[in-house]
Design a protein around this ligand. Structure first.
Ligand SMILES: *[C@@H]1O[C@H](CO)[C@@H](O)[C@H](O)[C@H]1NC(C)=O
Ligand SMILES: *[C@@H]1O[C@H](CO)[C@@H](O)[C@H](O)[C@H]1NC(C)=O
Length: 520
């Protein structure tokens, strides 16, 4: 996030009463100009100009980040004392993006509410607590002076309207346009997230803003496949609970904005009086009228990736899975997890309990300008995308077929990103399942030896979770053969010390291979 500008600093140092006066005067001037202008497009231009010209609301001194440690810091001390997982994050709020709000968003009610806040400096957290939008409430029906956990009032959310500039609000830049991209030839980057020595850590990297949502040549088929899964399974793949309205709208708008900025040759967004916002998709050759559909359905129609919306429960400050579109989950689905708290969603992951405390704490503070990415992997026969419990494909995992053909074995990488949205404060998990025949490893330096090592010496509980056993009898001999071959032909040094590559999650030379295969 941007550091405070000098102007902001000065502003913050003014006496509260002077500050209030300035705010009221500015807001009055702005709203008069605003309402004198008649047409929608003029208003829009004005809004854009206001947001660039004029003062930003100064960032509040946050008790959670300032030198005076508030109550919210106490849970941390407990963590280091190894107290059991009973802490409460009720008083812990994520960093607020208020500093990024354009001033014209301020409604009279929210200005009034923030004026009142100047009198409650010390009791600031209590103030926010008391005025939080209730759990399960639809923001559209809430009072303008109620707040999201991001310290943004509902009045401000409404003033921002549809498709506000999320890159400004969140501090995550929009992607560069990818002009040379051709959908017919595109293949995903060759993610190889193999790590040795293996520990169950999160191994998080910062998200690359250009690569949040990646398109590939399977786009049209995947959209059709995912829509087919929804027709067949309904709520098992797409569902939402009350209170998730703002989070769902925000993730959908973020995703479409990203698509339009990244792939302008294929996507655009227009606005008209009669239809409102319309998303034009030149790959599918059709358009989606945004206001006619639930946001998750807009995503289902256009974005072949999975999204899980986690919301902060005001009762305990922890995060709960409240809405989701998940078409590539194996052995679980939206229906089996909806409503659960973070730790219960992860319960089948071995050793998760070791990191659960730090995860909860980390979540409670995650800032909107710090999106994260990571990969997890497994080996599969063919390309199973979605497997509800009891799916016939599960049977494959119980036996080692003696006549299994090597060409049917695929690496499945679930590439995940995690980010906080700036208005609702929702935390979004986003997944994409990518399949690569393991035969590709043959010319990828170090990869065969690294995977072989993981299969042979990886911690049993984790390898079982990854379900690699059912293909090991065919995969392992091939990997060992290729590792040997790479040493013989000098692709890798003899007897290299097998461990996580410096290029992880890629391998040396991945870019050349990828460009060669795509042809651009
Ligand atoms: C907004 O600023 C642009 C230049 O940045 C200018 O061309 C335009 O006329 C301005 N619009 C209004 C309504 O002031
Ligand atoms: C766009 O086209 C695809 C493929 O023909 C179809 O499945 C989908 O329903 C269409 N979407 C909309 C919003 O009309």
């Amino acid at each position: 996030m941007e550091t405070l500008a000098d102007g902001d600093m000065m502003f913050e140092k003014l006496l509260p009463s002077a500050q209030s006066l300035i705010l009221v005067t500015i807001a009055f001037l702005l709203s008069s100009i605003y309402y004198l202008v008649q047409t929608e497009s003029q208003k829009k231009a004005l809004r854009q100009n206001f947001s660039t010209w004029l003062l930003r609301i100064p960032r509040r001194r946050r008790s959670s980040t300032s030198k005076t440690p508030p109550r919210s810091l106490t849970p941390d001390k407990k963590v280091s004392d190894n107290t059991p997982p009973t802490q409460n994050y009720k008083d812990t709020f994520p960093p607020s993006p208020r500093g990024n709000l354009p001033i014209w968003t301020k409604s009279w009610k929210s200005i009034w509410a923030s004026l009142k806040r100047f009198d409650v400096d010390d009791g600031y957290q209590e103030y926010l607590q008391k005025h939080l939008i209730p759990w399960e409430a639809d923001y559209r029906k809430c009072d303008a002076s109620t707040y999201t956990p991001m310290e943004i009032s509902i009045g401000e959310v409404k003033a921002l309207g549809d498709f506000p500039d999320y890159s400004k609000l969140s501090g995550v830049p929009l992607p560069e346009a990818y002009k040379e991209f051709e959908i017919e030839k595109a293949i995903p980057r060759p993610y190889r997230p193999f790590r040795w020595a293996y520990h169950q850590t999160m191994s998080l990297g910062q998200m690359e803003p250009d690569w949040w949502l990646e398109l590939e040549n399977s786009y049209t088929d995947r959209i059709a496949e995912r829509k087919g899964l929804f027709d067949k399974y309904g709520k098992l793949v797409l569902n939402y609970l009350p209170g998730s309205e703002l989070g769902c709208k925000e993730i959908m708008e973020n995703a479409l904005q990203f698509y339009c900025a990244r792939y302008p040759q294929y996507f655009s967004l227009t606005h008209s009086k009669s239809k409102g916002y319309v998303f034009h998709n030149r790959i599918l050759k059709n358009e989606t009228i945004i206001k006619d559909m639930h946001p998750l359905h807009v995503l289902l129609e256009n974005v072949p990736e999975d999204f899980a919306v986690m919301l902060r429960n005001p009762a305990d400050g922890k995060y709960y899975f409240r809405a989701g579109l998940l078409c590539s989950s194996l052995g679980w689905n939206v229906d089996t997890k909806l409503g659960m708290q973070l730790k219960d969603i992860h319960s089948p992951i071995p050793d998760y309990s070791n990191i659960q405390l730090s995860m909860d704490r980390w979540f409670s503070r995650l800032s909107a300008d710090r999106p994260i990415q990571r990969g997890s992997w497994g080996l599969e026969i063919d390309k199973p995308l979605f497997m509800p419990p009891g799916d016939p494909h599960e049977k494959h995992r119980e036996v080692q077929h003696p006549d299994l053909d090597l060409s049917r074995i695929h690496l499945r990488v679930d590439w995940q990103t995690l980010r906080r949205l700036p208005l609702s404060g929702a935390i979004i998990f986003n997944f994409k399942a990518l399949f690569t025949p393991i035969e590709e490893f043959r010319d990828e330096p170090y990869i065969p030896a690294l995977v072989a090592k993981l299969l042979k010496e990886g911690k049993r509980s984790i390898m079982e979770y990854k379900n690699t056993w059912h293909v090991e009898h065919v995969a392992l001999p091939a990997l060992e053969k290729w590792a040997e071959e790479q040493e013989e032909n000098g692709m890798v040094q003899r007897d290299w010390d097998v461990r996580t590559l410096e290029e992880s999650p890629w391998f040396p030379g991945w870019k050349e291979k990828w460009h060669r295969q795509q042809g651009f």
